[in-house]
Ligand binder design. Structure first.
Ligand code: TRP
Length: 330
């Protein structure tokens, strides 16, 4: 039986953090055994916000090195840069013409980002979801693992695909969003009511995967908690402690009840040190591998060129079918 296809992407916007790792990448690693996986670095999507060109290049390499250092094997999975497979930009344009303004203006991310970047509400920010639909549909993906925040975009992708199929006959596989139950929402350490994010402006809110053990310990020690002093899971009233418990639980494969037992009678100080040590231990091999990879850009170049070739073989077939069906001469 053919393996099911997975496609996911991460924007090339800099250093990745513990939330990306636990919420997304750890699952990506597991899934490569059972699925035919395409992991993309969305550097074209990154253009919707003004970027420094050198940083944009560097960030694409950083995400690539991160994928590999967390354990994604470029020989098992297809890891590639969106910009190297021109079919993405092409199908993105075609799908723009099959997506309604009304649908795009209902997207939460668009509303969010346009209020945050009020001085640069560009058309790309608006049509972002059609480019993303192209990413997914080019590979005939069955499943799209993402965070909760991207679910709406995957649902729109389904609508676009169904619309196209109805007009021109079976062309695209209708993809399903795949949102992992645990770990999908790792929250900030300083503001445990909002998702851990690379754009947080609060110092010590975000643990980067490349943070040193000292930095990790410092950040966890400063994490916001509550005054109760009991390690107990209560997302509503104890969001800080609950978030630390989730992190600890995922890394050590423990349930919330097990953690409550383990730290019964202990204060937050002891618990925080245990959390920090778990994170440090988990990320230590990552950081070493990552630094090795980043020190050898030639090797990274080989990996992304090979990935682009593999991706393009699949993407070009889908685009050809689309162009043939809608009457575009190639
Ligand atoms: N929009 C996604 C994000 O911001 C990144 C992305 C781009 C993506 N293309 C994709 C995710 C295709 C899944 C599938 O996180």
């Amino acid at each position: 039986m053919e393996k099911k296809v997975i496609l996911s992407g991460i924007q090339a916007t800099g250093d990745l953090h513990l939330g990306n790792y636990i919420g997304a990448m750890k699952n990506f690693v597991k899934m490569q055994e059972d699925y035919d996986c395409y992991y993309m670095i969305a550097n074209l999507h990154a253009l919707t916000v003004r970027r420094n060109p050198n940083e944009l290049k560097q960030n694409a390499l950083k995400v690539l090195a991160t994928y590999i250092a967390v354990g994604i094997d470029p020989d098992k999975s297809t890891i590639f840069l969106q910009s190297q497979v021109h079919e993405h930009a092409e199908l993105g344009w075609v799908l723009d013409c099959y997506t309604y303004m009304g649908e795009l203006s209902r997207m939460t991310q668009y509303k969010d980002k346009s209020s945050k970047h009020a001085d640069n509400i560009n058309a790309g920010l608006f049509t972002y979801p059609s480019l993303m639909a192209g990413d997914i549909l080019l590979y005939q993906a069955d499943l799209v693992p993402t965070g909760e925040d991207q679910k709406q975009h995957v649902e729109l992708t389904r609508d676009i695909a169904e619309r196209f199929n109805k007009l021109y006959g079976e062309t695209f596989k209708i993809p399903e969003p795949y949102i992992p139950k645990i770990g999908a929402r790792i929250m900030g350490l300083q503001d445990p009511t909002s998702k851990m994010s690379k754009s947080s402006t609060l110092p010590n809110d975000t643990i980067l995967l490349i943070d040193t053990p000292e930095e990790i310990l410092k950040k966890v020690k400063k994490a916001v908690t509550d005054s109760e002093g009991i390690v107990k899971y209560d997302e509503k009233n104890k969001p800080g402690i609950s978030n630390l418990m989730e992190i600890y639980g995922i890394i050590n494969n423990k349930t919330m009840e097990e953690i409550e037992k383990e730290f019964e009678g202990e204060g937050y100080g002891t618990f925080k040190v245990a959390v920090a040590e778990s994170i440090i231990k988990e990320l230590d091999p990552f950081r070493k591998k990552y630094n090795e990879l980043m020190a050898n850009p030639k090797n990274l170049e080989e990996i992304y060129n090979k990935g682009a070739k593999k991706a393009q073989e699949v993407a070009s077939k889908t685009l050809k079918d689309v162009y043939d069906k809608i009457g575009i001469i190639r």
